[in-house]
Design a protein around this ligand. Structure first.
Ligand SMILES: Cc1cc2nc3c(=O)[nH]c(=O)nc-3n(C[C@H](O)[C@H](O)[C@H](O)COP(=O)(O)OP(=O)(O)OC[C@H]3O[C@@H](n4cnc5c(N)ncnc54)[C@H](O)[C@@H]3O)c2cc1C
Length: 433
C-alpha cells in the first residue's frame, strides 16, 4: 500500500449492522479525509429487517426506506451497488458480480474493490434444512423484494378467494407459517390485522382467513420465558390462529405442508420462518473459517481468521461467554457489534488496541401487531422483568428508533417519526397493489 493513499475501508452489506457502521465511520473518518469508506450492497434501499413482516402485510409506510445513495452523500461514505460473490485475501480484493435488470440486460459490469480493512455484514437467509419442496413452494422474508412478493401474492390470493364468490360456498384463504419464533408469531398477528383492515375496506362478510403456525418445538417462542410464551399462545388462539406445536415439517407441496406424523395441512400460501444461516457462497470465502451454518467465526474483537477482515451481525459467529452458544442473530446484537467494530477500526488506525465486544442482552420483545406486545427486559439491577401491553410496545419501538438515530441523528428521527404519524393517519392503512 502506498503511504500517501487513504486507508480503504470496505463494508459489504448495508443492513442493521453495516449501514450503522458506514454512517459512523463516515462521520468519524470520511468527513475528515482520514479514510475512504465504501459500502457495497446488493440493493439500492435499506429497510430495517424487523419491519419486513409489515412490508409483507402491506402495512409499512414507504418513507421507512433509506436510499443508500442519499445516506452516503449525507454521511461522507461512498455507496456502490452490487452483489459480492468472491474474495481474494492475498490481493485484498472483493469481487462483485454484474448488476442485471429484470430483462436480463447488464447495467453494471463485474467489479473489483480493494480494501485495507474489510467488514462483512451480509446478514442471513432462511435455512430450509434441505427439506423437500421448501425452496420451491414457500415464501421467505429475507429481503425487501421477497416481502413485496409476499404482499402481492397475499392481496391477489385474497381477491381470488373472495371477490365474486358465493358467500355460502366460499373456501377461506389459508396461510401456513412454519416456525413459531418471533418472526412467525409476529407475522401471524400482522396478517390477522391485515385481513381485518381488508374487511373494513369493503370485504367485511368474507374476511375470515385460516392462519396456521407449525413448529417443531413443543412451545412457541423458545427464547422467551414460558409464562410469556403461554400468554402469546392464548392471544393467538383468541385470534383464531391454529397452532401445530411439536410437529416437524417433512415436505412442502404446492397445495400444503406434511408433518412428520403424516398430517397434511392444506395452505394456499406457505411461509418459511424456521431458522437462519449465512448465505451459501460464504462457505468457501478464500479459506476464512466458518461454522456449520456458513457464519464467519470471529474472536472477541469480531475479527475473523484474517487480521484485516471483521464480521458483524447475522453472518458472524461470535461466542457468548457464560452462555452455551453464540451471540443470537438479532438487531440489537447487530447494532452493538457495529459500534464495537467502528471503535476498533478507529483505534487500529491510530495504532491502538482493538475493542473487546461484550454483548448486552436487553431482553426480547414480540409484537402482536395492534393486539399486544410481550417480552422480557434484562438489566443488571432488576434481573429479568416480564412486560406487556403499552410499556412493551414503547420499548419494542425504541429498538427501531435507536437504529434510526444511528443513521439519521436525533433531529431527523424525531421529524420522520412525526411526519409518519401524520401520514399514517391520513392515508390508506395497507398497500393494495
Ligand atoms: C421478518 C423478521 C423480523 C425480525 N424481527 C426482529 C426483532 O423483532 N428483533 C430483533 O432483534 N431482530 C429481529 N430480526 C432479526 C434482525 O433483523 C437481524 O438480526 C438483523 O437485521 C441482522 O443485521 P445484519 O446487518 O447482520 O443483516 P441485515 O440487516 O439482513 O443486512 C444484510 C445486508 O446485506 C446485504 N447483502 C446480502 N448479501 C449481499 C451480497 N452478496 N453482496 C452485497 N450485499 C449483500 C443485504 O441486501 C442487506 O442490506 C428479524 C428478522 C426478520 C427477517
Amino acid at each position: 500500500m502506498q503511504t500517501n493513499e487513504k486507508h480503504k475501508i470496505v463494508i459489504v452489506g448495508g443492513g442493521a449492522a453495516g449501514l450503522e457502521l458506514a454512517t459512523y465511520l463516515g462521520h468519524k473518518l470520511g468527513k475528515k479525509g482520514i479514510a475512504e469508506i465504501t459500502l457495497i450492497d446488493a440493493t439500492t434501499t435499506h429497510v430495517w429487517k424487523p419491519l419486513l413482516h409489515e412490508v409483507a402485510a402491506g402495512t409499512l409506510d414507504e418513507s421507512e426506506q433509506v436510499e443508500y445513495m442519499a445516506q452516503a452523500h449525507r454521511s461522507h461514505f461512498q455507496f456502490r451497488l452490487g452483489k459480492m460473490e468472491g474474495l481474494n485475501r492475498a490481493e485484498k480484493a472483493v469481487y462483485v458480480r454484474p448488476t442485471i435488470n429484470d430483462q436480463g440486460e447488464e447495467l453494471i459490469p463485474s467489479r473489483t474493490f480493494h480494501y485495507d480493512t474489510l467488514v462483512m455484514s451480509v446478514g442471513s437467509v432462511s435455512n430450509t434444512f434441505n427439506i423437500k419442496g421448501v425452496a420451491e413452494h414457500c415464501l421467505f422474508l429475507d429481503t425487501t423484494r421477497q416481502a413485496f412478493k409476499f404482499q402481492k401474492q397475499l392481496f391477489e390470493s385474497y381477491l381470488k378467494s373472495y371477490i365474486g364468490k358465493d358467500k355460502a360456498t366460499v373456501k377461506p384463504l389459508s396461510i401456513a407459517i412454519v416456525g413459531a419464533g418471533a418472526t412467525g408469531v409476529e407475522l401471524a398477528a400482522q396478517l390477522h390485522e391485515v385481513t381485518d383492515v381488508l374487511a373494513i375496506y369493503g370485504l367485511k362478510e368474507q374476511s375470515d382467513v385460516k392462519l396456521t403456525i407449525i413448529e417443531a418445538a413443543t412451545q412457541l417462542l423458545p427464547a422467551l420465558p414460558g409464562k410469556l410464551a403461554i400468554a402469546t399462545q392464548q392471544q393467538l388462539v383468541k385470534l383464531g390462529v391454529s397452532l401445530k406445536l411439536g410437529r416437524r415439517v417433512v415436505e412442502v407441496s404446492p397445495s400444503g405442508i406434511t408433518t412428520h406424523d403424516g398430517e397434511f395441512i392444506e395452505a394456499d400460501i406457505k411461509v418459511w420462518a424456521a431458522g437462519i444461516k449465512a448465505p451459501d457462497w460464504m462457505k468457501n470465502l478464500d479459506g476464512l473459517e466458518t461454522n456449520h451454518i456458513n457464519q464467519l467465526i470471529v474472536d472477541s474483537t469480531l475479527k475473523t481468521s484474517d487480521d484485516d477482515i471483521f464480521a458483524i451481525g447475522d453472518c458472524a459467529a461470535c461466542q457468548w461467554p457464560g452462555h452455551n452458544g453464540n451471540v443470537p442473530p438479532r438487531a440489537q446484537a447487530a447494532h452493538q457489534q457495529a459500534t464495537a467494530v467502528g471503535k476498533t477500526i478507529i483505534s487500529r488506525l491510530k495504532g491502538g488496541q482493538p475493542v473487546n465486544f461484550v454483548y448486552y442482552d436487553y431482553g426480547s420483545l414480540v409484537s402482536l401487531g395492534k393486539y399486544t406486545t410481550v417480552g422480557n427486559l434484562m438489566g443488571n439491577l432488576m434481573g429479568t422483568v416480564s412486560i406487556g401491553g403499552f410499556i412493551a410496545k414503547v420499548v419494542y419501538l425504541s429498538l427501531y428508533k435507536m437504529h434510526q438515530v444511528a443513521i439519521h441523528g436525533y433531529f431527523r428521527t424525531a421529524m420522520l417519526t412525526l411526519s409518519n404519524a401524520f401520514r399514517r393517519s391520513a392515508y390508506i392503512k395497507i398497500k393494495m397493489h
